[in-house]
Design a protein around this ligand. Structure first.
Ligand code: ZN
Length: 132
């Protein structure tokens, strides 16, 4: 089954924890066991899994990406958001997470993040939920 979660981002570059949104979709379907593919159909945002306790990790990730791929570099793409395209490719557009007994199988410190690189925008997160 395919579900869609709408996420509103509120700055140009941002990591938003969407774990609760995904859990809520699994609960609403009474989904017990299988996998969920989490995918964004966009070219300037991505999906990643990382630390969800210490907020400085998010800041460090965004800071390092900003250093590696500056917003105002020498790019050929005329839309003014080349850095966002490159950061999105580096992060990737999907993750796959196992589901057991109705719960996401995540490590203690892990959360699922939408990585915005050209916000603020409304983003769609697609969930493909596949039973065992
Ligand atoms: Zn562009």
């Amino acid at each position: 089954m395919l579900k869609r979660v709408e996420v509103k981002t509120n700055s140009r570059v941002q990591l938003i924890d969407i774990t609760a949104h995904i859990k809520s979709q699994l609960r609403s379907e009474n989904f017990s066991s299988g996998v969920v593919f989490v995918y964004v159909p966009h070219t300037t945002c991505g999906i990643t899994i990382n630390e969800n306790v210490d907020p400085t990790v998010k800041e460090d990730i965004l800071s390092v990406l900003g250093s590696l791929i500056p917003e105002n570099g020498h790019y050929r793409h005329l839309e003014g958001n080349s850095d966002a395209h490159m950061k999105a490719s580096l992060i990737g557009s999907s993750v796959t997470v196992f589901v057991e007994s109705g719960a996401l199988v995540l490590g203690t410190w892990q959360g699922i993040y939408l990585a915005e690189f050209d916000g603020p925008r409304k983003r769609s997160v697609l969930l493909k939920i596949v039973p065992d």
